[in-house]
Every structure is written in structure tokens, then in C-alpha cells.
Design a protein around this ligand. Structure first.
Ligand code: ZN
Length: 403
């Protein structure tokens, strides 16, 4: 299959399965591993495109479902795609729209044809097929487009349905490949399904790798399954995937999940969590999440995180806003400004965490980085380290408990 990307391996961790690379995409290079913020309706909640650019983001996610409803395909075609619509000169990844429908619309029904649902606007019956999803994403013009897949909650007890969804996702990939009009400028990623059943995941990897898409996603996770199960699925899949293609684990954004998943061989992640949690007054920091709506921050005149270079925390003498925890406390409860500022900080935090991870892989000190990361997060108390992380990292040669 034609590819509009180039995966250039920069370094490989000598202990874990972590990799550092440069992903060359149609709108510029992206360092891997990477966290991709979600800009739902062609704007990150609370951030303008230029503010998003300032967080150092060079690849963000847009939702096909939302763009397909508003402004709609005709407008997207008229304006020349989502880059022009939001004046975003960097890369965009779009989802297929299927997950949004199944999760947002109670009446969505999956058949072999596609996902049937009732229009949220006028209640009329609609159908999202693999062909229609790709056509919408072709109009959006995103650099990475996702296949329509049949997503089932990993916690579903219906094994037959999980198996059916895995096989259907392979058939839908074939329909997506056939429908894709611009493989020379848009990269189609397949999505590995199979729930928590490692044998189904293996079969799905084999089938999908044979289709030779430019990149590969591991889907259907982060749906409330135990983290130990999550890690087994990610590690099983990465071991079966080609070395020279990017690997995207969908829906992952908690800092601990990111550092562990990179050690398991994953490269790309997305999640609405950093911006969603900002709306509840939460700041993501290297010592954990702080709820700045708590009265204990009323007179805390430190930045959200000491040394953070985001626009919110950076001192005014260095061109930032130089805002304090006390300021956020005072605006967080009633003003949307608080949520904007925390969105900026949280997205910046995750992008900067990924840069540190990448630097550690290149210096071949990722195992040491992992230990330092968990020690700092839990204030040096190893008894608080989560069992799932200790177990998963133990599986790739890193003993977190060792001094
Ligand atoms: Zn900050």
C-alpha cells in the first residue's frame, strides 16, 4: 500500500521495548513517542490554534464525527479541508467517527454495512459506512486517517461479539483501503481489535499487518479494563508489529500509562483527559494531579509547577503570563479563563513529558528515567507504586523496586 509517511528510527532502548523516532508526515516532522491533544471541533477546548502551537504540538487530533456534522462535508470541500478551516499549518489525525457514534448515541446499531444511528439534529436515520468515513476524512484532508472499526468495550462479557467485531474490523479495513482516494497524501492506519483475548489480538495483528497500512493502531482499550490486562494486550501486539511503522495506542493519556506504554513499545497516544480534567480545576504535574479549586491553594503563590515553561507558568520576564496557583484558585471556580490556563499547562506538561521520555531513550537511560519518574510521582514511597506498573515494567526488564 502507498504511504505518505516515513518512520525514521533514532534510537532503541537497550533494556525495554521503547523506541525514539522521527515521523515525517505531509505537514512536517513529528518526534516520537508523542502525545496528541484532541481538538474536538477543530479547536482544542479553551485553546486557539496559535496557543496550541505554543504548547509545541505538531500533530493534533480532530473528530470526524463532529466535523462531518458541522461544518459538514460540502463546506470542508469548499474551504479545502480542516488545515485551512482552522488555519493549522501542522499535522492532523482524524478518528473514523465510529467510536463517537457508538459512545455518544444510545441508539447506534452496528451491522455489516456500517453504524446506523439517528441524526442528533433531526432524528432522521443515518448510516456511517467504512466508505463514508473515509470519504469524510478525505474531505478533511488529515495527514493520518483511521479505518472505521467495530469497537466493543473490553469489559464486555460477550466473547462471541468481541470475536465478530475483530473479524468485521478486518473486513472494514479492506473496504476502507478500497475507498481511500488520496493514499499519496493521507496515511490510513488500521486498528487492531480483539478485546482482552490475546489470541484474538494475535490473529488480528497477523491479518492487518498483511494489509501493509502506513501505520498501525491498537484500539478498544482504555475502556475500564484492569491495567494489567491493558499492558498484556499492548505488549502482545507491539511484539508482532513491524519495526518500521508507527504504533498508536488509542485513548491513553494518564502520565503513568504513557511512560509504561512507551516501555512496552508504543509510540503515539491521544486522550481528552488533560483538557477535560482542566475544566474541573485539575493541574497535571510531576508530583501528581493538583485540584486548584481546593482552598489550600488560595495563598499559594508558586506557579502551577516550578520550572514549567508553559505560557501560564513561565515568568513575565520570559514572555509568559507568570500566573500562580492562587490566581488559578481564584478564577477556576467561576471563570472559563481558569480552564483555558490549565488546558494550556496540562497539554504542555504531557508534550514535555514525552520530550523527556524521548531524550532518555536517545541517551539510553530510559530504565533510570522510569525509576526517577515513579519516585518523584509518589514522593519517594515505593509502597505506593501501582502493582500493574511494577509488573508490566518487570516484564520488559526494569525492576522499579530495586534501588
Ligand atoms: Zn505550566
Amino acid at each position: 500500500m502507498h504511504s505518505a509517511l516515513n518512520y525514521e528510527l533514532v534510537a532503541r532502548c537497550s533494556v525495554t521495548k521503547a523506541r525514539a523516532a522521527v515521523l515525517q508526515l505531509p505537514h512536517g516532522p513529528v518526534p516520537l513517542p508523542i502525545f496528541m491533544p484532541v481538538a474536538t471541533q477543530a479547536s482544542l477546548k479553551g485553546l486557539t490554534p496559535s496557543q496550541l502551537e505554543e504548547t509545541s504540538c505538531r500533530l493534533c487530533l480532530n473528530n470526524t464525527y463532529h466535523l462531518g456534522l458541522k461544518p459538514g462535508q460540502a463546506t470542508l470541500d469548499a474551504v479545502g479541508g480542516a488545515h485551512k478551516l482552522q488555519s493549522w499549518p501542522h499535522n492532523i489525525l482524524t478518528d473514523s467517527g465510529g467510536f463517537q457514534m457508538v459512545s455518544l448515541l444510545k441508539l447506534a446499531q452496528v451491522t455489516e454495512e456500517g453504524v446506523r444511528f439517528l441524526s442528533p439534529h433531526d432524528g432522521s436515520p443515518m448510516l456511517l459506512t467504512p466508505e463514508h468515513s473515509i470519504s469524510l476524512q478525505n474531505s478533511i484532508g488529515s495527514d493520518i486517517i483511521m479505518q472505521l472499526d467495530d469497537v466493543i468495550a473490553t469489559t464486555s462479557p460477550d466473547h462471541a461479539r468481541i470475536k465478530e467485531a475483530m473479524h468485521r474490523s478486518i473486513r472494514w479495513l479492506d473496504r476502507c483501503i478500497k475507498a481511500h482516494k488520496y493514499p499519496e497524501r493521507q496515511n490510513l492506519f488500521c486498528i487492531i481489535q480483539g478485546g482482552l483475548d490475546l489470541e484474538l489480538r494475535r490473529q488480528c495483528c497477523e491479518e492487518m499487518v498483511a494489509r501493509d497500512t502506513p501505520g498501525i493502531a491498537i484500539g478498544g482499550l482504555s475502556g475500564g479494563e484492569a491495567k494489567t490486562e491493558y499492558c498484556k494486550v499492548v505488549s502482545t501486539c507491539t511484539s508482532l508489529l513491524p519495526e518500521k511503522k508507527p504504533r498508536y495506542v488509542m485513548g491513553v493519556g494518564y502520565p503513568e500509562d504513557l511512560v509504561v506504554s512507551v516501555a512496552l513499545g508504543a509510540d503515539m497516544f491521544d486522550c481528552v483527559w488533560p483538557t477535560r480534567t482542566a475544566r474541573f480545576g485539575n493541574a497535571v504535574t510531576s508530583t501528581g494531579t493538583l485540584n486548584l479549586r481546593h482552598a489550600s491553594f488560595a495563598e499559594d503563590f508558586r506557579p502551577v509547577e516550578e520550572g514549567c515553561t508553559c505560557t501560564c507558568c513561565r515568568p513575565t520576564s520570559e514572555g509568559g503570563l507568570g500566573l500562580t496557583r492562587a490566581y488559578i484558585y481564584h478564577v477556576a471556580a467561576k471563570e472559563t479563563a481558569g480552564a483555558h490556563l490549565l488546558s494550556m499547562h496540562n497539554v504542555h506538561y504531557l508534550l514535555s513529558l514525552m520530550r523527556q521520555i524521548r531524550g532518555a531513550i536517545i541517551a539510553d537511560r530510559y530504565p533510570a528515567f522510569l525509576k526517577e519518574y515513579f519516585v518523584k510521582l509518589y514522593g519517594g514511597d515505593k509502597t505506593k507504586f501501582p502493582d500493574w506498573a511494577v509488573e508490566a515494567l518487570g516484564g520488559v526488564g526494569v525492576d522499579l523496586m530495586e534501588d
